[in-house]
Design a protein around this ligand. Sequence first.
Ligand code: A2P
Length: 298
Amino acid sequence: MNLVRPKEPVIGRVVRSESCMAGRSASFVRHVEIDVSGTPLEGNFRVGQAFGVVPPGRDASGKLHAVRLYSIASPSWGEDGAGKVLSTTVKRVIDERKTDDPQVHDLFLGVCSNWLCDVPLEAEVAITGPSGKRFLLPSDTAAHDYVFVATGTGIAPFRGMIKELLEAPGGPCNSQIHLVLGVPYGTDLMYDDLFTSLDQAHDNFHYHTAISRPERGPRRYVDRAVVESSQIGELLQGDRTLLYMCGLKGMEEGIYRHMFDLGVVDQYLEWPDSIERDPANVGERKVRAGARCLLEVY
Ligand code: A2P
């Protein structure tokens, strides 16, 4: 961890940058690959970790920009198989900045993500890291089954983890693997071709989507998709399943309440004695994810 500190970033080069959306959409997400060969990150990152990007220029107070963290979207052996190229999933920031003054409202594009999406091939990026030590795959991947739940760009680490499980050089992992991805519109699905083809190629991999603003039919969030899948329910009842969640914090509660129906709350959550084990209390800050529940939520 932290082989390269924010004060002394090293130089990587963007070697691939392409849209990873399923269709034309109001939002823009790019899959960006960065060659880190010759830096301390080469061969020294794991899927589930993040790396840092230091955008060029200075902030409003004249200081160098602070480092921004991006989830690694490649398997631990990188995009190239040798740990020289890592990738991430970058969403363009497009927002309207409003102030108390009704006359002042302007376009907000942020500092780093749009810049990173714009970087041309072969251009340099100042990088740091890697960071993160908990949101990882287990060392014995065959000893577990997996439920991965993502909203939006929370998909990034799961792209890498699922590739690591199913495209391992020694042959695919035979464990049960479910992925649930939630996005506003069908056209927003990221890496949809990859997950669809993996689902077709591997009987043990199951790809579920939850579209929250469909043209027709009911709105669906990822927690609902988890509740409605009897296969995921059975898996969560197994004693070797790991549940990973990445994305919006709001997805946790529905899934935690579902754990009561399945009778598995104690397998995934840690309850302090002071809090009654009751579905109404799952939102309590003191209720913590246990060892089999891995979270990267914001
Ligand atoms: P919506 O925004 O329609 O309410 P993105 O990051 O690309 O916006 O995608 C996030 C996805 O997660 C959207 O489909 C969003 O739905 C959905 N979402 C928003 N709040 C929650 C929540 N509390 N639980 C699960 N999903 C949520």
